[in-house]
Design a protein around this ligand. Structure first.
Ligand SMILES: [Fe+2]
Ligand SMILES: [Fe+2]
Length: 283
């Protein structure tokens, strides 16, 4: 057993920095009316970044029969916010993939993507807003766990895998000094994610405390539970979110709608099988 006395301390300065191209984009883009041509111009200055983006839009997930070859076209398909968050997530996932003994990036990505797709379909069926945010919020919800894997790989492997027991947020705090919601929130704030996405990361196991975007947080919470139940991917833990009837009530779905949402989600996830490994590959 590892010594748990050497608790880690959250210091935003120690967390990964935003990839340079995204940082540049953050600086020039106004929230309301981003200039697609200007954004495309910046992206094109970074070859690796461009390659990753084109790989993503040409993946089966987006289902285009012809090949998308320009950044501008890719941006029009994805939308800037989705693009930015997807690239942030894949950059971080890509940065730890060198050591598959720590965390299987493909399975982690599959879990994250699965939660995003299910959350999106739940909100769609419930007729709620924020569907695109749900995809991104789902993809990023466990990003704190990646940071933990980077900060202390040895403790991470022992804590999540070698013990093979169910863990809780409290236990994470006991051993690491913080839980994956807290460290994920710190990173999300540092990287200037939209407020709803920050909350999905910071409250997905405690959805009743959501104030900014309760519907989004509820959808990610329920989707996380369903993903574990359906064995879609793996987030590096045996921790299954508790069921929160209040979160379920926020969505206001009946069983028939849940069934349809799940059916559509599983089909979409299946269609996108290859995307998990493709986009999580390092530059
Ligand atoms: Fe989580
Ligand atoms: Fe999760």
């Amino acid at each position: 057993m590892l010594n748990k006395s050497a608790l880690l301390v959250i210091n935003p300065a120690d967390l990964p920095s935003l990839p340079a191209a995204i940082r540049k984009l953050q600086d020039i883009v106004s929230e309301d009316a981003p200039d697609i041509q200007e954004i495309a111009g910046i992206i094109e200055t970074d070859q690796a970044f461009t390659a990753k983006l084109l790989k993503l839009v040409n993946s089966p997930f987006y289902g285009y029969s012809r090949k998308i070859v320009s950044v501008e076209e890719a941006l029009a398909i994805l939308g800037f916010n989705t693009l930015r968050s997807l690239l942030m997530a894949t950059s971080l996932i890509g940065s730890i993939r060198t050591d598959s003994r720590i965390l299987d990036a493909g399975r982690f990505w599959r879990h994250s993507f699965g939660v995003g797709v299910i959350a999106k379909h739940l909100l769609f069926k419930a007729g709620k807003e924020a569907r695109e945010e749900a995809l991104v919020g789902g993809i990023l919800h466990d990003i704190g766990r990646l940071v933990m894997a980077k900060m202390d790989p040895k403790l991470f492997v022992w804590f999540y895998f070698e013990r093979a027991v169910v863990t809780s947020l409290e236990e994470e705090t006991e051993y690491f000094g913080f839980d994956h919601q807290m460290i994920g929130e710190t990173l999300a704030v540092k990287w200037k994610f939209p407020a709803g996405i920050v909350e999905a990361i910071a409250r997905h196991h405690t959805p009743t405390s959501a104030v900014v975007s309760p519907q989004l947080v509820a959808a990610v919470n329920i989707a996380d539970m369903l993903c574990h139940a359906l064995n879609i991917g793996e987030s590096g833990n045996h921790y299954i979110s508790s069921f929160h009837p209040e979160a379920w009530a926020v969505l206001g779905l009946n069983m028939g709608e849940l069934e349809t949402a799940l059916h559509e989600s599983v089909n979409e996830i299946k269609r996108s099988e290859g995307i998990f490994t493709q986009v999580s590959q390092a530059n």
